[in-house]
Ligand binder design. Structure first.
Ligand SMILES: C[S@@+](CC[C@H](N)C(=O)[O-])C[C@H]1O[C@@H](n2cnc3c(N)ncnc32)[C@H](O)[C@@H]1O
Length: 217
C-alpha cells in the first residue's frame, strides 16, 4: 500500500482524493491511504439520536450502512440498538480497516462486506447515510432515492447525517449538499421525524451538518 506524503495540506489531500476517485475509483483511494474523512470514531449526532429515546428505533432486525468505510457508525448502531448491522463498501481494501476495527472493539453483530449499494437487494429495518450521499455524483442521487425506497422496509427508518453543508461547488466528492437535496430524491412515502441541526457535533462540523430521520410509510 502506498502512502500519501505527510506534508500535503488538507486541500491538496482533498484534490488528490477527487482525482483518484475520478480516474481509478474508490479502491485506489483506500489503497493510497486517501481517507481524509476518517476521524477514528462514530459521529456524535448519530450516537445522540440512537440513545435519546426520541425515536422509537427497532431493536430487532437488520440495519445497513452503505459506503461504511472503517465502520465506526455501523458499530455504533449494532451496539446501541442491537440490530444485526451490515456495513457495505464498494472498496474491498476498506474491509481491512473495517474488519480490524470490528475485532478491536469486539462487536459481534456487525458484518462488513464489499459491494455496490446501487445493486443491493434486501429489506432493512434501518439504513444510515453519512458521507455516502455526498460521495456519489449528483446524477446518481435519484437512483440513491429509489434504492432507499426499495431497501427500507415499510415502517423502517432512514437516518441521514447531512454533511458537509458548505457553500456550493460544482465538483466533488464531497458534492454540494443540503437536506432538501436528500428529501427531493426520496419523494413521497416517508414521514419526517427529525430535521434539525444537531446539538452535539464534532468541532469541525459545527454549523455544517444537519440530521434527518425519516420513517418509511
Ligand atoms: C467519504 S467515504 C465515507 C465513509 C464512511 N461513511 C465514514 O464516514 O467513515 C465514502 C465511502 O463510500 C464508498 N462508496 C463509494 N461508492 C459506493 C457504492 N456505490 N457502494 C458502496 N460504497 C461506496 C467509498 O469506498 C468510501 O469508503
Amino acid at each position: 500500500m502506498t502512502t500519501i506524503p505527510a506534508n500535503l495540506s488538507r486541500d491538496e489531500i482533498q484534490a488528490r482524493l477527487r482525482a483518484t476517485v475520478a480516474t481509478e475509483g474508490w479502491d485506489a483511494a483506500w489503497k493510497t491511504g486517501l481517507t481524509p474523512w476518517d476521524v477514528g470514531n462514530s459521529q456524535p449526532p448519530l450516537r445522540d439520536i440512537l440513545t435519546s429515546g426520541r425515536v422509537n428505533f427497532p431493536t430487532e432486525g437488520t440495519a445497513l450502512v452503505p459506503g461504511c468505510g472503517t465502520g465506526y457508525d455501523a458499530v455504533a448502531i449494532a451496539t446501541e440498538l442491537g440490530l444485526h448491522t451490515i456495513g457495505v463498501d464498494i472498496s474491498a481494501t476498506s474491509l481491512v480497516a473495517s474488519n480490524a476495527y470490528k475485532h478491536e472493539v469486539g462487536v459481534k453483530n456487525v458484518k462488513f462486506k464489499a459491494g455496490d449499494f446501487f445493486t443491493m437487494e434486501g429489506d432493512f429495518d434501518l439504513i444510515y447515510d453519512y458521507l455516502f450521499f455526498v460521495a456519489i455524483s449528483p446524477e446518481m442521487r435519484p437512483a440513491w432515492g429509489e434504492q432507499m425506497a426499495k431497501l427500507v422496509k415499510p415502517g423502517g427508518y432512514l437516518i441521514c447525517l447531512v454533511y458537509p453543508m458548505d457553500p456550493p461547488v460544482d465538483y466533488g466528492p464531497p458534492y454540494y449538499v443540503r437536506p432538501n437535496h436528500v428529501l427531493e430524491v426520496l419523494g413521497e412515502g416517508w414521514e419526517k421525524l427529525v430535521d434539525e441541526v444537531p446539538e452535539n457535533s464534532l468541532e469541525a462540523h459545527k454549523g455544517r451538518e444537519s440530521l434527518l430521520v425519516l420513517k418509511r410509510s
